[in-house]
Every structure is written in C-alpha cells, then in structure tokens.
Design a protein around this ligand. Structure first.
Ligand SMILES: [Zn+2]
Length: 172
C-alpha cells in the first residue's frame, strides 16, 4: 500500500440517518486516532460523479462489497465497504442503539487493515479484534462472564495495543 494513505468517502447509498459530514467526521476521527502509528493518512469527501484519483482508497456503502457485514476491507482493490443492510437491521431491531458508535468502530477497524494490520487481535477490547473467527474461537475478555452482557466489546478507536502493532509493522 503506497503512502500516504488517501481515503476518499462516497456517501451514495448510505442509510438515511447518517449524513455525509457526520460519516466524514467519523472517518477523520479514525485517521487521527491511527496517526500515532506514524503512517501519514488523510480522508476527503468524494463529490458525486467524480472518480477517485490513482491510489485513493474508496470508502463506499455497498452490501455486495461488504458481504453482509458492517464493513469489509478489500486491500488490493483499495475499497473499504460499509454495509447499509446490516446498519438497517440494527436500527430495526433497536432504534435507540447508538449506530454512530458502531460506525466509528467499523471505520477504525477496517482502516486498520489498510495500515497493514491483516491479522486480528485476540483481545476483545482492541479495535482490531473480532467477535469470533467463524471457527468457534472467540476473542478473550478479561472477565469471561461479561460475554453476552454487553453489546460491543471493541473500542471505537485504536487502543495502545492496536497502535503498537501498527508501529511494529510499519517501522520507524
Ligand atoms: Zn477485520
């Protein structure tokens, strides 16, 4: 992945309850939170009907691209897909659930893959964690009895541990 990382955000197909400046601000907050990693990065809005520049990483809303998940990073294709369908379902099930926090976590997590963190963390609290790996392996909680008692274990922004892994991968 070439440096600096240039993320561009396209608001088309976003759920109606997120507005473009709001999502852009969340993406910018994620980039800012990753900045102690030392990799230069920026986020800009991509105006409608404009094409991304060579090397840009597009943040787009697509259920196909996100494969039914909240978000999916396709690093070779330079695409970070957000899943409108799952955000819609979350809102249907619990309209009061703070979807903005989920979106912040998803953006921070998926961006982490573009910073070179391909492997997931096993500590639930890390933004680069996962719920379970599809093979029955769950992330580790300091208090295992907390499983099922809270909705979201992951931090919304990279933790000190996420940042340390990022620095180790990217060097000085
Ligand atoms: Zn991931």
């Amino acid at each position: 992945m070439s440096r600096p990382l240039r993320f561009v955000y396209r608001h088309d197909a976003a759920p109606a309850w997120f507005d473009a400046p709001q999502v852009l601000a969340l993406a910018q907050r994620a980039v800012q939170a990753w900045s102690p990693c030392g990799v230069p990065a920026s986020v800009q809005a991509l105006p409608p009907r404009t094409s991304p520049a060579e090397g840009d990483i597009q943040i787009v809303w697509t259920d196909t691209g996100s494969r039914g998940q909240f978000g999916l990073a396709n690093v070779p294709a330079r695409t970070l897909s957000l899943g409108p369908g799952l955000f819609r379902l979350l809102r249907e099930r619990n309209p009061r659930y703070p979807a903005e926090q989920t979106l912040q976590m998803v953006l921070s997590h998926e961006m982490g893959h573009f910073y070179g963190l391909m492997a997931h963390s096993r500590r639930c609290v890390d933004v680069m964690s996962y719920y379970d790996d599809g093979k029955g392996q769950r992330c580790t909680l300091r208090d295992p009895s907390a499983w099922g008692s809270v909705v979201e274990y992951r931090s919304m922004l990279p933790t000190a541990c996420d940042l340390a892994r990022c620095r180790a991968l990217n060097g000085p």
